[in-house]
Write a protein that binds this ligand. Sequence first.
Ligand SMILES: Cc1cc2nc3c(=O)[nH]c(=O)nc-3n(C[C@H](O)[C@H](O)[C@H](O)COP(=O)(O)OP(=O)(O)OC[C@H]3O[C@@H](n4cnc5c(N)ncnc54)[C@H](O)[C@@H]3O)c2cc1C
Length: 272
Amino acid sequence: MASKKVLIVYAHQSSGSFNSAAKDAAVEVLTAKGCAVEVSDLYAMTFKATATAEDITGKVKNADHFCYGEETKLAWEAGKLTADISEEQRKLTEADLVIFQFPMYWFTVPAIMKGWMDRVLTLGFAFTHEKRYSQGIFKDKKAMLSFTTGSQESMFSANGINGDMNVTLWPLQNGILHYCGFQVLAPQIFWAPSHVPSEARGTMLEGWRTRMQGLLGENPLAFTPLDCFDGEKGYQLKPEVHEQHAAKEFGLTVGIHLGKALPPNNQMKAGV
Ligand SMILES: Cc1cc2nc3c(=O)[nH]c(=O)nc-3n(C[C@H](O)[C@H](O)[C@H](O)COP(=O)(O)OP(=O)(O)OC[C@H]3O[C@@H](n4cnc5c(N)ncnc54)[C@H](O)[C@@H]3O)c2cc1C
């Protein structure tokens, strides 16, 4: 994987944190493998989390009824997005792989990272009506979530109190990453590092280091291709695709379950 470019979008306040250690391990291992690694350290950058009219330099089209998506699309086309957004878009354009490193907050990414997604993944730049999902703008790039939890793994199982982690990951992995076309690599989940012995934390970091040796060669998670849905009929699954899966035990993905059981590990492992 020599000469590949990796962008790590990192959200933790503390350099003494487990997330910081996971980020540092990624920088070290991927750099040693010949990758050019850039880190966007969002808290250190005091990255703005809110999507507002201030993200546009100069006049907006309709200040009375400001529509963020439409206005930022026009601003992106005219080169009028603020420098912090343009710089992240530059990094993203150059990257072959984007790693989002964060502690899980309220079943999703911290607000500062959500702000990065809201503001950097601009309409026109990251997606259009025609170019999304399997035909998305970033279909030649890979992306993955690498995160820590406070919960133990059992709490995020199908029987656990938090529900199935595959369901939790669907909005982020399908609704944001795959929507923009990214090939989504299986997530790296560090379960409850605050609640395990120091030795177990070392083992988790070692596992991450080992995984990174082959990370860019990994197969991505499976999503249902865009052409399986009928755009003329509200993007419903086409009847013939439905029929192809009629006899199967599990649904297609976590999001498209066809009244069947959720496919196990659909958002956690490639090839399932
Ligand atoms: C607002 C909010 C919402 C939350 N929502 C959720 C939620 O929805 N679901 C959920 O499961 N959790 C949730 N949490 C918990 C949160 O996800 C965890 O606290 C977080 O993931 C722990 O990661 P950390 O990096 O902050 O751990 P830290 O506390 O920084 O680190 C854990 C331990 O690792 C040690 N460590 C640091 N570096 C190394 C190293 N190199 N080697 C070995 N050990 C090291 C640290 O010293 C510490 O003892 C939430 C927390 C907050 C604040």
